[in-house]
Design a protein around this ligand. Sequence first.
Ligand SMILES: NC(=O)CC[C@H](N)C(=O)O
Length: 719
Amino acid sequence: MSRTRQQNVTAAQWSSNGGALGAADLTVPGASNFGDNVFSVAVQKARLPKHIFKALQESLAAGEPLDASLADSVAQAMREWAMEKGATHYTHWFQPLTNLTAEKHDGFFEPVGDGTALAEFSGKELIQGEPDASSFPSGGIRATFEARGYTAWDPTSPAFILENPNGALLCIPTAFVSWTGEALDAKIPLLRSMDALSNEAIKALKLLGDETATRVFTTVGPEQEYFLVDEQYYFERPDLYTTGRSLFGAKPPKGQELDEHYFGSIPERVLSYMLEVEEELSKLGVPIKTRHNEVAPGQYELAPLFENSNISSDHQQLTMQILQNVARRYGMVCLLHEKPFAGLNGSGKHNNWSMGTDTKVNLLNPGDTPEANAQFLFFASAVIKAVNKHQALLRASVANIGQDHRLGANEAPPAIISIFLGAELQTAFEKIATGKGTVPKKSFLGLGTNMLPQLPKDGGDRNRTSPFAFTGNRFEFRAVGSSMSLGFVNTVLNTITAEAISELSGQLAKELKASKGDVFAAVSAVVKTVWEEDGHIVFDGDGYSEAWHKEAEKRGLLNLPTTPDALPWIVNKQTVDTFKKFKVLSKRELESRYEVFVEQYSSKANIEAETAASMARTMILPAALRHAELLDDGGDSPAIEKLKEELDGLITELVEAIFALEKANDHDGPDGGVKHAAYMRDVVLAAANDVRVAADKLEKVVADDLWPIPKYSEMLFIK
Ligand SMILES: NC(=O)CC[C@H](N)C(=O)O
């Protein structure tokens, strides 16, 4: 028998005695556990024979394949280190196209025949694994009977140990490929795209006069937003535990309108949780830097320092996993869905992206005088060009069913991709392109009293409605959703930028001849072309306004509000050509991703619709009928009659909506693919929403003790 809501409210009262406090002792000055569970360069140096360590580092720095003869030594050192830390098993840890990670554990110990067992781990086992590939999403690349797939060690992302109260596990980051050689994961294309961008950027840097850089890395610092709800409530809501979001819930009397949660003092239980999350991530070498309350009540954020995109992507997967695991130790559940609660801020994963050389130069750092910084202007122009040409693909790269609720409201950017540069940069570009305008001088903000310091004023404001905003020394792709892997979206960003750098380098080489080697004059000509051809993607106003929607249409920018609108751009000819040219994803690999994403949308829509129908019929409708009995017991005074009539109308609305939804659920709709996804959106999800509308009205009239599921106020405010 389920508990009543009132009992849950009592159960959700948390005290620190119930939590897992007291694990960390970081109070000793200078104590740090950073990287303790990582087979880091420092650990490798201490444990590998000198010549092996040197050879390993050299091939990693050059981005060259590893000599197989090194693998046995590395494997042995890795196993010994892991076993000292309590590991009994290892796994090839990989990232299939689910936005999650996958792992199959193998023990180190093997019997030797005399009744004892010896720990073994060979170079071959380190380098290659062979999981059954047929049950991972492959978008038609692998049929069910075609099972073979391989995992391949990624030596550029260090191995690490995951701890469990009863043991530990050595995790080896790997790539996942089909027997026919196609990438089945998020990592391989990301690594390929980093190579492509590095090659093009190095060529461009040579033209710009930099002969010292040998490799360019893309970097990412992702901001992870999430919600925490008490687990008592979570498990009372089938919608939360099967779909990740609330499919029902009337607007509460108090939402986020008082603006008091954002950056507010962090509730004690939540801060305890955050400290433990950070302690675990620190052991794994994830450089978490920031934590705070986010805008919606019950919403929080953590963000690491930026890292090379591949490592950042692996670390981001770990972050999502640790956030979810640790929450349970505090009696809470962490929601990573993009829109768990209608009407409140959703959750993004703002992707702070830049490019940097192995000589430690950030190519997107404008310096004090951006208008005179040829290198910055060149690379920023490439980004503008890339984002404009592939705006629809970028939109598609952040498409999923949760995003359809998040984008375009409550501080999440709209579905129209545009770039925000800020006043200083925008005038710098305009000035170079048109000769007009004055770049604002650096200034200070006086605070009206000498007691307070003067603050340097930034070159541009921030813009929360911009999907792609310049923020000082990087671009922040704000449209990325909170549940997403960083893999695909950064693969897209890197590849389209590689293409733009390549094209602009072609122009730059010609301009350099014309300007007789005057780099600034040549770059200015490139900037002028980009500003004229692609400048219309730049917009600094309110991305939500009706005026912008009209203006964007006039500028020819695409508005792709939902996932089925956006996904076809993954297999558009322009995308296929670009990805083929830079050898990041073949047509077949793009098609497989497209099919996987379309199917995920339709399957999730189906799960939402069936959950909504079942909750409405078996939980909400019975509550409404019980309330009707209550009114029946109340006699037949005019007041009661009025209430009965009102309730009757609402019950009729609910019943009709349920029948319509059940009918939609029973109907298959058009055959597979994106047509089916559009049917799910237009018919099935629309029917589920009608059920919600009726149910939410009932929530406001049915007796509180009869209402079967936790209400928004409880989930958001009882901490
Ligand atoms: N403060 C913020 O930056 C809000 C961002 C918002 N939560 C989003 O969905 O992107």
